[in-house]
Ligand binder design. Structure first.
Ligand code: S3P
Length: 184
């Protein structure tokens, strides 16, 4: 690997509801790294919610904002970066993130995603693609089917999250991350 190992980012990809935020924070705390969420950066820099951006300006505009943020955070080092579920829709995003990062796909079944998302989706102003769907599990299934192969092809490693706690998933990911150092 030509990337510098002492400064790598840990990049989390996966569907909404896979646990990128809670697992990312768990890892960041354990490794004493800074946690970054690309949706948070979009919200902070625009002063608008993601729901509002989709409604007022459309998804394409959101994807451009997302791309700009990915370009920026891809230059960082030694961070845990949680990305929005649609980041893999643009191959350039993935290429940018790979320059200084190792990409982990948090793979969850449709049932797990539904279980995690359904209690709060109606009050959620970060997930307009799912919030306004008439049939949440069907919409999750549709996005999952559209995206699953992209998540897999974008990832350096795949972590199965079904039935596991964030703490255990964090440890699993950290042990893969640490093994990169012992192999170098
Ligand atoms: C999206 C997922 C969201 C957010 C936006 C679009 C998607 O992020 O970026 O609503 O296309 O799947 P999370 O994956 O954090 O929910």
């Amino acid at each position: 690997m030509s990337k510098r190992l002492d400064s790598l980012n840990i990049v989390l990809i996966g569907m909404s509801g896979a646990g990128k935020t809670s697992i990312g924070k768990n890892i960041a705390r354990k490794l004493n790294m800074e946690f970054i969420d690309t949706d948070d950066i979009i919200i902070e820099s625009t002063g608008k919610s993601i729901d509002f951006i989709f409604k007022e300006y459309g998804e394409e505009y959101f994807r451009q904002l997302e791309k700009n943020v990915i370009e920026k955070v891809s230059l960082y080092e030694n961070k845990v970066i949680s990305t929005g579920g649609g980041v893999i829709l643009n191959e350039e995003n993935v290429n940018e993130l790979k320059k200084k990062g190792v990409i982990y796909y948090l793979s969850a079944s449709v049932d797990t995603l539904y279980k995690n998302l359904s209690p709060s989706i109606k009050a959620d102003n970060r997930r307009p693609l799912l919030k306004y769907s008439k049939d949440l599990i069907e919409e999750i299934r549709k996005l999952y089917e559209e995206r699953e192969s992209l998540y897999i092809s974008s990832a350096d490693y795949i972590i199965e999250v079904d039935g596991k706690l964030a703490d255990a998933i964090g440890d699993e990911l950290i042990s893969i991350f640490n093994s990169l150092y012992s192999c170098s």
